[in-house]
Design a protein around this ligand. Structure first.
Ligand code: ADP
Length: 588
């Protein structure tokens, strides 16, 4: 299983990441790699120099060369230090670039995704994919470049020094080395599966935190504190447990190698002192040079043997990242899409059928016309499909069959840009970005002047309360407008829609009750907004139903009744029942 994934991965993700990184940051990696070659050469050179250093100290006839050797040692160490610095700086720069590039690409991909995608994927898991995926990509390229260039070359250089100085002893190294490497290998299998479940538990931690900040009211009201704390404890402990297991597996490698190195040193002592039949007598310098090379070889060999463990830990997040990058967006603009032609804004649903993934027949064979410039109220029990109709008109989803048309033009042949221009939406909740009020309003039309924004705010009866704030239009909106009341937020949403000036308005009326003053202000603001605009409103208030030009009753994805208020009351059908139940409740 791991072998298969590994093979697939080698040919896929690794190649792709390396290819992209070298293409985009080629010169940064180029300089880092040249520096690595210098590091490898100077490291091997240092081991080799040990022979001269020890001989100069122990053999009187070599004394004359002390200054020369000292100068060479200085040059070697300086070269190694300088090259190490250059390598670290350039590798880090290239790595940081990878993180930046991947995060930009992921976000660019994410922001283009349809609304359906975001309802399917929790924000916490998206967050993980974007941040951890990019980090893992950098780690992967780092480990491959340093392993294959610096560590491998260093090892080759040192092995060369060893063979040159002590061929017999080198044989010992070549036996102990692979044994050590193989013994580390078996640890890898478990690391990957633990990593995967660790990611899941981490994601659960994010989720609990998000639900806590998002649902704190409900948590308090229903006394769910203990329940949430319990979930958090479970997730935290499970992360802790897995992290401990991973640490245990990863930590075995080093002590094992160190012990084997000790064994090797003991053997060196015995073999070089007693010697083999016919072997040359060993000088202290040669032996020292060999031991230095052997000890120096330990670090790069250890890193090389650990390379796969490190790569394995990057596998899951990178796989998640690439799956996000590569997922095809099912809702794409058709290549011959045309902008919607200017028109009065009549909307027609034609034999419309639609279902969500895992929830078929949410809309069945629906035929409905929304007259241009008029207001149509959608009423019906919750879950009937009213919001889904909005989603289809905004083309967050495509129909399974049938069509949504605006002024006779099928939305599936229209450009997204022109559709977005045509339609404004005011939802039950007003989402405010962390920016000033002025900027929040201007999102509706980025080229609007300050005066136009203020004018729209006036029309929406928002100007008065904005001016009462200490910084007026420059007031920074806290986390999603925490300090604004429901009615104020709604009026900001209406101001946005007024500024947008589109032919069609989709309005999901807020269910939450407003105080009387806010209610009146919101109502007059809406009257201004819906003038001569094709308006569809998901109605929750009696006054809205009363004032609509047409009322449509939706139930289980079908139109049950449509007509004006009088006709529907007269029909004494579904609307009458709803009307009595939902809208005529005596005020309590
Ligand atoms: P209404 O607006 O009338 O309350 P909706 O259009 O929100 O009704 O929902 C219609 C049906 O579709 C409901 O059964 C609801 O559970 C389901 N539904 C809504 N959104 C989704 C979604 N993103 N994925 C799956 N099912 C959904």
């Amino acid at each position: 299983m791991i072998k298969k994934t590994w093979a697939k991965w080698q040919s896929g993700h690794i190649g792709r990441l390396l290819g992209e990184s070298f293409r985009n940051q080629g010169w940064l990696y180029g300089i880092a790699m040249i520096a690595m070659v210098v590091v490898a050469a100077t490291t091997a050179g240092t081991a080799w120099m040990m022979e001269n250093i020890v001989n100069a100290m122990t053999e009187p006839e070599m004394r004359g060369q002390v200054y020369l050797i000292a100068a060479a040692v200085l040059a070697l160490f300086f070269g190694k230090a300088a090259a190490s610095y250059v390598q670290a700086v350039f590798l880090a720069r290239a790595g940081n670039r990878i993180i930046a590039v991947q995060q930009e690409r992921l976000y660019a991909k994410l922001i283009k995704r349809g609304v359906g995608f975001f309802s399917k994927n929790e924000s916490s898991s998206l967050l993980m994919r974007v941040t951890q995926g990019a980090q893992a990509a950098r780690r992967l390229v780092d480990v491959i470049v340093t392993s294959f260039v610096r560590d491998l070359l260093t090892l080759i250089g040192l092995v060369f020094v060893m063979i040159y100085q002590q061929p017999l002893l080198s044989v010992l190294f070549f036996i102990v080395g692979p044994v050590a490497l193989i013994s580390v290998r078996f640890l890898l299998k478990q690391v990957r599966s633990i990593m995967k479940s660790e990611m899941k538990s981490l994601s659960e931690i994010y989720k609990v935190l998000q639900e806590t900040s998002g649902g704190i009211t409900i948590i308090k009201v229903f006394s769910l504190e203990d329940h949430m704390a319990g979930r958090m404890n479970n997730a935290v402990r499970s992360v802790e447990k897995r992290a401990n297991s991973i640490a245990k597996l990863q930590s075995i490698a080093s002590p094992l190698m160190e012990f084997l190195a000790g064994l090797a040193i003991a053997a060196i002592l015995v073999i070089s002192t007693i010697g083999f039949a016919g072997s040359e007598p060993t000088t202290a310098g040669q032996l020292m040079s060999f031991i230095t090379a052997l000890l120096m070889a330990y670090e790069p060999a250890k890193r090389l043997s650990k390379m796969r463990v490190v790569i394995e830990t990057t596998l899951v997040p990178i796989d998640m990242m690439f799956s996000l990058l590569d997922e095809e967006e099912p809702m794409r603009e058709s290549p011959d899409a045309k902008p919607l032609a200017p028109g009065p804004g009549e909307i027609r649903l034609r034999d419309l059928n639609f279902g969500y993934a895992g929830k078929p027949n949410v809309i069945s064979d629906m035929n409905l016309t929304f007259q241009a410039g008029k207001t149509t109220a959608l009423v019906g029990q919750s879950g009937g499909g009213k919001s889904t109709i909005f989603g289809l008109i905004m083309r967050f989803y495509d129909p399974d069959s049938g069509a949504v048309e605006i002024d006779g033009q099928d939305l599936q042949g229209a450009t997204f840009e022109s559709l977005r221009q045509k339609i404004s939406y005011v939802g039950q909740e007003t989402f405010l970005f962390s920016a000033s009020i002025m900027e929040n309003l201007r999102f509706a039309r980025p080229d609007a002047t300050d005066d136009e924004v203020v004018e729209a705010a006036r029309a929406a009866h928002a100007h008065e309360f904005i001016c009462k704030m200490e910084y007026g239009y420059d007031t920074q909106v806290g986390e999603n407008g925490a300090f604004l009341s429901g009615g104020q937020k709604q009026r900001l949403a209406i101001a946005r829609a007024i500024l947008r000036k589109s032919e069609i308005l989709l309005l999901d009326e807020a269910t939450s009750a407003l105080d009387a003053e806010s209610e009146t202000l919101v109502k007059t603001a809406l009257e201004k907004l819906t003038e001569n605009v094709t308006t569809i409103v998901i109605a929750h208030r009696l006054s809205t139903v009363l004032e609509a030009d047409k009322i449509v009753v939706i139930q289980e994805g079908a139109v049950i009744e449509e007509g004006n208020l009088d006709t529907l009351i007269e029909n004494d059908g579904m609307f009458r029942q709803l009307f009595d139940k939902q809208f005529r409740q005596p005020a309590s």
